[in-house]
Ligand binder design. Sequence first.
Ligand SMILES: NC(=O)c1ccc[n+]([C@@H]2O[C@H](COP(=O)([O-])OP(=O)(O)OC[C@H]3O[C@@H](n4cnc5c(N)ncnc54)[C@H](OP(=O)(O)O)[C@@H]3O)[C@@H](O)[C@H]2O)c1
Length: 338
Amino acid sequence: MRWGILGAARIAASALIPALRANRSDIVAVACRDAARGAAFAATHHIPEAVDYDALIARDDIDVIYNALPNHAHLPWTLTALQHGKHVLCEKPLALSAGEVEQMRDASRASGRLVLEAFMYRFHPQFDRLCELVASGALGPLKWMRGSFTYALRDMTDCRWDPALGGGALYDLGCYPLSLMRSLAGVEPVVLSVASRLTEPGLYGGSVDHAAHAVLRFDTAAGPVLGHFDAAFSLPWHCQFELLCEHGLLRLPIPFATKGVETVLQVGEQTERFAICDPYATMVGHFEAAVRGECALRFGLDESLGQARAMDALLAGAHATDALNTSHERPPSAIIAP
Ligand SMILES: NC(=O)c1ccc[n+]([C@@H]2O[C@H](COP(=O)([O-])OP(=O)(O)OC[C@H]3O[C@@H](n4cnc5c(N)ncnc54)[C@H](OP(=O)(O)O)[C@@H]3O)[C@@H](O)[C@H]2O)c1
């Protein structure tokens, strides 16, 4: 399969290019806004050509575009790629709203080309095992889920601080526990509350949520399940996920950033171990198989639409409140939440 990489992004360098190499995929070209930077990126990663965005998408020797752009650019460039007959593996969050995902779904159907939201954590075996355990009721009915994904983002030029580029902690990090909770509950959530902390509006001409805590209810056939999670890039690193079932605890100490590390799943008193693997490579392999028509996409755009609808509700809550009811804060030192 012949790939074009849209954006000389860090995630392309650190995760997707190695995943494509692992699948023996053909990386035809990378696109960059800056010709010199693009050429340097291509040389570093042994990619034959560096071109601009339009030129990459117009090429007829490319089958799949990997969209590694900031969140605000997922919709326009994914639509352009679909219009040019390309399949698209697009970074998470797939879009900025449910309305944008609907546009992608319409364009995907019209073009007959696939789009996959690149939630790589779903391609690690521990995800399947956790889903299987919850569905089997091994520890009794699911009651409670809690997740956390926080870290300290010191680089104030990062696109995550800029509302115009789709910045914010819910888009960047909250999307992971939300996605996992939706997968495990099997129904869409009701957002009960969101407490957030917002950046000073003057920083980038608008605010982003740099920290948020959300409480969700999932009305499953077996009864209501409560989910709550933290997402922040203004706090120290903390990432974990656990579920309380009627008869015990299920816990993933490394729920999302699973590439290249041994992981474990705690099942009550037992511990299950998972060997080192590369979920990005498994994701690429699955997408290529789906593009070749060998299997259906495991996670289609209807799934992404459910995710985006929940995210819309979370963002509405996050921007309606500031948890501490204080003035907006100045980064970087003052943003470390107490
Ligand atoms: N799945 C994962 O594990 C994972 C991990 C990290 C990030 N992500 C996602 O991947 C995407 C990129 O994240 P990243 O951390 O790799 O970001 P990044 O290093 O800043 O790369 C983003 C790229 O977007 C391009 N770009 C286009 N317009 C831009 C603008 N106005 N401002 C800044 N960059 C612009 C730039 O490419 P050129 O300058 O080369 O044109 C830049 O290289 C995001 O959607 C993020 O949520 C996913």
